[in-house]
Structures are given as structure tokens and as C-alpha cells.
Design a protein around this ligand. Structure first.
Ligand code: GLU
Length: 279
């Protein structure tokens, strides 16, 4: 199987040094393995995605010296595909419709069982309010995975090669129900959640190795669970360390000061960017 990896930025702001590191590392790993490097535009959130940011992604990556092997895939071209898969999960009774607001969830979750975690990789662990309600799609604001059903008799594992979590990771039923819970698969104004879309896109494009930041390591259990449920291949994962600013804080989109375009405008070379991120 040809080593295939991807870089999947969201066109919601400028790429910064953290993105440069992620893209360069994934690209270098693909080239070293004689494999493929793909670019994906994660424009799931249509309220924030902008064509000018998408163009800036192409410009920044090309300036860094990166080339990608296929026409970039754009998530907004695949909303129907996500819906089709979601319907298969609905038909298997692995989902439920939910109408809870953030405030409802907070109120219901404010008195948890002693010792139970409040937050998982997807935010506050859903307290289960709508699970047995059988709401119609019209009444609902989102569709959630029924984790207890999904995790029942499920055998799932993945291999991680990144520095912080290297090894073989097994998903246990208890872990999934207690520390992740009923994750959102789609919202009324969004065709699929990040988790569902990323899993379907990676599978559709034959990604064998996911290279991305360590902040997404915890969410990987959700991805592997979905892959296993849907009978999709589980890629290998490599979560790299994060590029931090001088104060040790991880970079975010709003850190325009670290934007690749800014360094470029100030006369930095692609080689200097590589050096700045430790490559
Ligand atoms: N669009 C996602 C992000 O920028 C991609 C994450 C991933 O690589 O799975 O965080």
C-alpha cells in the first residue's frame, strides 16, 4: 500500500508556523517513503470558510516548496456523501436526534456521578437527555452517536507513531462510553461533524498515515471507533508536537503575527521557516 498522507487546513484564517510544521512534516514523510501527499480543504464550517483564505493556503504551501499529488479535495463538495453515510448509521439505530442547547447540557451535567469525567475530547460529555426521546429530524438540532450501542462488542485499535503517545492503543467499551460519550455526528447547519467528515475523507482518498498535531490525539479514539463501525481501514497515526510561541502557548489562527504570509512579506525564506519549526 502506498504511503499516503494529507494536510487538511480549514480556510478560516491565515496559516501560521504550526501549520507550516504540520504540512512540511507530512510532506517530508510522504516523499521519504516514496508516497503521496494530499491537500484537503476542510471547509465544513461554511459560516467561517472564505475563498481568499483557501487561495492563501495554496499560495503559502507552494511558496514553502510543497507540491500535492492530486487536485485538492474540498469538504463542501461532499456534503451529500456525509449525509448518505449518516443515514446508514441511522438505519442501524446507532444514532439519535438531539435538541439540547449548550446550556441544557451544562445544567444536566452539573451534578455528575462522583469521579466521572466532565469533559472528553469533544467537550462536555453528553448527559444523555435526548437519547430515549425518539425526536424527529425536524425537532432536532443535531444528530448524535449512541455510544453505548456503538461501542458494544466493538474491537478497535490503532497504532500511533508520534513521539508523545507511540504504541498500540486499544479502545475499550468503558473508555468510549465514559470518557467520550454520545458525540455529535452532524448539526442542522453543518452536514457532518469534524469527526465524521475527517474519517470519510481520509478513507475516500486512501490515506494510510494521518500526520497532525498532538492536540488531536484524544479525538483519534472517536475516529477509530467510526472507522471500525463503518468498516473502513484504520490508518496509522502520527501526532506531532505543537509549535508554541515564546510564552509556551500553542499557536492559533488568530496569531497573525506568526502567519506564514507575514514572514514571507518580511523577507524570510522557506528554508528559514523550516529552521524556525525545527526541521
Ligand atoms: N481541519 C482540521 C484542522 O485543521 C484537520 C485536522 C486533521 O488533520 O484531522 O484541525
Amino acid at each position: 500500500m502506498t504511503f499516503t498522507t494529507r494536510f487538511a487546513p480549514s480556510p478560516t484564517g491565515p496559516l501560521h508556523l504550526g501549520h507550516a510544521y504540520s504540512a512540511l512534516l507530512a510532506h517530508d514523510m510522504a516523499r521519504a517513503a516514496g508516497g503521496r501527499f494530499l491537500l484537503r480543504i476542510d471547509d465544513l464550517d461554511q459560516s467561517r470558510a472564505r475563498p481568499e483564505w483557501e487561495q492563501q493556503i495554496y499560495d503559502d504551501l507552494a511558496w514553502l516548496g510543497l507540491s500535492w499529488d492530486e487536485k485538492p479535495r474540498r469538504q463542501s463538495d461532499h456534503f451529500d456523501d456525509y449525509e448518505t453515510v449518516l443515514d446508514t448509521l441511522r438505519a442501524r439505530a446507532l444514532t439519535f436526534e438531539c435538541q439540547c442547547t449548550r446550556r441544557d447540557i451544562e445544567a444536566a451535567a452539573s451534578a455528575p456521578q462522583e469521579g466521572a469525567p466532565l469533559f472528553g475530547p469533544d467537550g462536555r460529555i453528553y448527559p444523555g437527555t435526548c437519547r430515549a426521546k425518539d425526536l424527529s429530524a425536524d425537532e432536532a438540532t443535531c444528530t448524535r452517536l449512541n455510544m453505548a450501542r456503538a461501542a458494544k462488542d466493538l474491537y478497535a485499535r490503532f497504532i500511533e507513531t508520534g513521539p508523545a503517545f507511540a504504541g498500540d492503543h486499544n479502545l475499550t467499551q468503558r473508555d468510549l462510553t465514559e470518557t467520550i460519550g454520545d458525540v455529535v455526528l452532524s448539526r442542522r447547519n453543518m452536514a457532518a461533524s469534524y469527526h465524521l467528515s475527517v474519517v470519510l475523507d481520509d478513507a475516500a482518498t486512501g490515506v494510510t498515515h494521518v500526520v497532525r498535531g498532538e492536540d488531536l490525539f484524544e479525538a483519534t479514539r472517536i475516529h477509530v471507533l467510526l472507522q471500525t463501525l463503518l468498516g473502513l481501514p484504520v490508518p496509522r497515526y502520527h501526532h506531532h508536537s505543537l509549535i508554541r510561541d515564546g510564552a509556551g502557548k500553542r499557536l492559533a489562527k488568530r496569531d497573525d503575527a506568526r502567519a506564514i504570509a507575514k514572514f514571507r512579506d518580511e523577507g524570510a525564506s522557506p528554508a528559514e521557516i523550516r529552521e524556525m519549526v525545527g526541521l
